[in-house]
Design a protein around this ligand. Structure first.
Ligand code: ATP
Ligand code: MG
Length: 457
């Protein structure tokens, strides 16, 4: 491959490289930032690698803020314009007795040694302006052919650190790359090692993975590996269901394939926690219902059980309460009637709040989509209309909560009602009438209606 590749480095990165160079050290941008730059993407963060020992790096940048991120592993964070640039001394690793951490980390003087310890060829490239792209393991070629390949012997690399297995699946899912056959074989052979990896590390990779554009293929193709970290999915993998596809043909698939396909319909969300919750809920919404019939795919009445199993997974994966809470709510409400009128949408909004209602409609759209059975297709279309109604309610600032009423407790107290419970009852009754469009949300009419309520109750 030609090597007149130019990568645009941020000025802060150039500054760090130049400063180290002026003191006689080499320094390169390395790993994910080089990969992303070559793919024409904007890297999230820039990691650097240098032959300067960590203490020396600190000394050279002593007039700036530095953070000891992992001094014993060679990593110093250099803070410029409030951003941290991780600068790690070239190192080699050896002896991974526990399949998680190297027993020995050694600082080395050779960049190639440092690149050799990295997981995949596409992540093992370095760059600076002086030397251009340093690519000993043909990462550029693998990038071009959209391939994930281990640096070195895949069986050894995955047995050293089993987290690399999930990283490999994550990159395949997010980048849409295929996994080179030897690398895939190495993953499968070492999958059991994932049991030794901490829940936090698994979780971080897993949620990135399920948000990838190719998540559905990866989840389906490597189900045996997911089974190691998610033993609860076994019944899904083993249960075949018949379904009618969009052409009306009867086909067969497993429940796992169905859930992965449904997950593939989720759009990207700006609020990542919402996306994690929605995707997690879709993937795990059938866990308590291993055997269901074609028409009853989403109607098996096991919501509570499914939600409980999913909740246990979210807990084990150390998910935040907000992710788990939303996902559990979606699963518990999966069999509700899809609201078909504006009042029905407003009642659901009042019960679940905006975020969960919005997500529940998206959840329904995904789990009902692509199934050509009258009852289910009807629900899919109803979910589409419900989303439209929801937008309308929110866009127009229509009333769906007590606090949206143009009357409040104080107004009722002025009208002579002093009993707190009664105030609540009156407001709820008014809200109901406004939602049902029996009365408008206008103060005068609300007061009149409240007075009628007081007289009659
Ligand atoms: P992302 O875009 O998600 O940050 P990344 O490739 O930058 O992807 P990081 O976790 O930031 O991933 O790691 C930075 C670099 O460190 C990787 O590109 C890779 O070279 C190396 N690396 C990270 N984790 C491992 C690992 N488990 N084994 C070997 N090398 C790793
Ligand atoms: Mg990174």
């Amino acid at each position: 491959m030609e090597n007149n590749i130019k990568i645009h480095l941020p000025v802060e990165v150039e500054y760090i490289i130049d400063t180290l160079y002026s003191k006689g050290y080499d320094c390169y941008a390395v790993g994910g930032c080089v990969r992303d730059s070559l793919m024409g993407k904007n890297p999230q963060d820039w990691d650097l690698t240098t032959n300067a020992p960590p203490q020396k790096t600190k000394e050279i940048f002593s007039d700036m803020e530095t953070v000891d991120i992992g001094i014993q592993h060679g990593t110093v964070g250099i803070v410029i314009n409030k951003k941290v640039y991780e600068t790690t001394t070239f190192r080699s690793e050896s002896g991974y007795e526990d399949m998680r951490h190297p027993d020995k980390v050694e600082f080395v003087s050779d960049l190639k040694e440092d690149l050799k310890r990295r997981d995949f060829t596409i992540n093992a490239m370095a760059y600076n302006r002086k030397d251009g792209l340093v690519d000993f393991f043909h990462g550029q070629c693998d990038l071009q052919y959209k391939t994930i390949r281990c640096v070195g012997n895949s069986r050894e690399r995955f047995s050293e650190d089993a987290l690399r297995i999930l990283r490999c699946l994550r990159f395949s899912s997010t980048l849409g790359f295929s996994i080179e056959p030897e690398t895939a074989a190495g993953m499968r052979e070492n999958a059991a090692g994932l049991k030794k990896i901490s829940a936090e590390r698994i979780s971080s990779e897993f949620f990135k993975l399920i948000c990838g554009k190719d998540a559905k293929y990866v989840l389906r193709r490597y189900k045996d590996i997911f089974l190691v970290i998610l033993p609860e999915i076994k019944p899904l993998i083993n249960t075949k269901i018949k379904y009618r596809d969009y052409k009306g043909e009867i086909k067969e698939r497993t429940l796992w394939q169905y859930c992965a396909t449904a997950l593939g319909y989720v759009q990207s969300y700006q609020e990542k926690n919402h996306e994690y919750a929605l995707r997690g809920a879709i993937l795990f919404h059938c866990l308590g219902s291993p055997v269901v019939e074609i028409n009853k795919l989403t109607d098996c009445g096991f919501e509570t059980l499914c939600a409980a199993v999913a909740e246990r997974i979210f807990e084990r994966l150390r998910c935040s309460n907000s992710v788990s809470d939303i996902a559990v709510c979606l699963i518990k409400n999966r069999s509700l009637e899809v609201p078909e009128s504006k009042p029905a949408v407003k009642k659901l909004l009042n019960k679940l709040g905006y975020e969960k209602t919005f997500l529940l409609f998206d959840f329904w759209k995904c789990i009902y989509r692509g199934i050509n059975v009258y009852e289910i297709k009807k629900r899919y279309l109803a979910a589409l209309s419900a989303s439209e109604l929801l937008y309308e309610v929110v866009r127009n600032g229509e009333c769906y909560r007590v606090r949206d009423l143009n009357i409040n407790g104080k107004d009722l107290i002025s009208s002579g009602v002093t009993d707190g419970k009664k105030i609540g009852d009156i407001l709820n009754s008014l809200l109901n009438k406004v939602i049902e469009e029996e009365i408008p949300n206008e103060k005068g009419i609300l007061i009149e209606t409240a007075q009628e309520y007081i007289l009659n109750n």
